[in-house]
Design a protein around this ligand. Structure first.
Ligand SMILES: [Zn+2]
Ligand SMILES: [Zn+2]
Length: 97
């Protein structure tokens, strides 16, 4: 499970109760409601997951790098090659004489 997941679950539950016009239970959320919402969130994240256009591997939620030129989604490994096809420019430029 991703770090911070329970906070997302709590926020989603609070919003859901509000949307259906109910107050969250004073005694705390029921386990079933909690599980339902966590599963809904992870299913949603899976549906939103991207695939790297270069290596075709799945990119974890929020880990995608999008190219501003061609809108492609890339993983961290392939992104540098996509952005700098001839190798990333060096910080210090070696002048060839
Ligand atoms: Zn890749
Ligand atoms: Zn591109």
């Amino acid at each position: 499970m991703l770090f911070g997941d329970w906070r997302d679950t709590r926020a989603a539950l609070e919003t859901a109760f509000e949307k259906i016009g109910e107050k969250p239970p004073e005694s705390g959320y029921r386990k079933r409601d909690w599980n339902l919402v966590s599963e809904a969130i992870s299913a949603y994240r899976e549906a939103q997951a991207f695939e790297c256009i270069e290596c075709k591997s799945a990119i974890a939620y929020g880990g995608e790098i999008r190219c501003l030129d061609c809108r492609a989604t890339l993983c961290e490994t392939c992104a540098p090659r996509h952005f700098w096809p001839n190798g990333r420019p060096k910080e210090t430029v070696d002048v060839v004489k």
